[in-house]
Design a protein around this ligand. Structure first.
Ligand code: IPE
Ligand code: IPE
Ligand code: MG
Length: 248
């Protein structure tokens, strides 16, 4: 068994891990290849990390696969990524299902081509009753899009008389986010050396522990995940209180 895995305290795991899977393009370039080659290899990392999280008994894993802003990339990359996405979901849905993994998608799905939406729906339906790891794919997602959407929908409820302005609290807002069914991530990992959030889960990451690694996403494997979890377990989460107030 992996030495790092043995060191992990199984009683103190993050319930929800969120990952910005970055660096596919640079990885490809370093291998003298086209960017799409990097995305293609990134799928292997997804498989490996999903498996690693399921083995550990992590409850929720959110993967940032495509941002609202990524639509502005060159057309060939956008089309290539969409095809890769649909093919991967078609191939992997059965595997997820067999492993009791439930797939969820967050993001502006209206932006996706019809065939992609259809393929997604089938995978979502197939795994809907599963009770193991919740795998949440952020697709055509951005935190600002999500918050804007929530504000609009809250406004509709107020306008129709279903909700009083005075009754709006944090729970109301939570209810209107695409992540209303999930706890907030305790650990956020970003690969490939960039120190930014890039419009990911802006509201939900309020108190997440952030972990950055230089490893490119196509090279990221379970061992790297274990390192991130061990780092997380070494931190003191204070939530605004003093160290003395934290009872361990
Ligand atoms: C992350 O890798 C995957 C997506 C954003 C879809 P990038 O494609 O951003 O790779 P780099 O950052 O250019 O290396
Ligand atoms: C963030 O990566 C989005 C995903 C990983 C899907 P980007 O590569 O798009 O972010 P920036 O452009 O470096 O901020
Ligand atoms: Mg990038």
């Amino acid at each position: 068994m992996s030495q790092l895995l043995e060191k992990i305290d199984k009683g103190h795991l993050p319930r929800h891990i969120a990952i910005i899977m970055d660096g596919n393009g640079r990885w490809a370039k370093e291998h003298g290849q086209d960017r799409l080659y990097g995305h293609f290899h990134g799928v292997e990392s997804v498989r490996n990390i999903v498996e690693g999280c399921a083995e550990l008994g992590i409850g929720y894993l959110t993967l940032y696969a495509f941002s609202t802003e990524n639509w502005d990339r060159p057309q060939y990359e956008v089309v290539g990524l969409m095809e890769l996405l649909v093919n991967t979901i078609r191939k992997e849905a059965e595997v997820l299902h067999r492993n009791n993994i439930r797939l969820h998608v967050i993001g502006d799905l209206n932006m996706l081509p019809d065939y992609a939406r259809q393929e997604l729906k089938e995978a979502l339906d197939m795994t809907a009753a599963n009770t193991g790891l919740n795998l949440i794919m952020a697709l055509s997602y951005s935190g600002r899009w999500e918050l804007l959407n929530a504000v609009k929908n809250i406004a509709y409820e107020v306008k129709s008389g279903k909700l009083a302005v005075e009754a709006i609290d944090q729970h109301t807002l939570q209810r209107f986010l695409c992540t209303s069914d999930f706890p907030d991530p305790e650990l956020m990992i970003r690969t490939s050396g960039e120190f930014r959030i890039s419009n990911f889960l802006l509201y939900q990451l309020a108190y997440a522990e952030l972990y950055f690694t230089n490893v490119r996403w196509p090279d990221f494997r379970k061992e790297n995940l274990y390192e991130a979890i061990l780092d997380y377990q070494s931190r003191e989460r204070r939530f605004g209180k003093t160290s003395e107030q934290i009872v361990t």
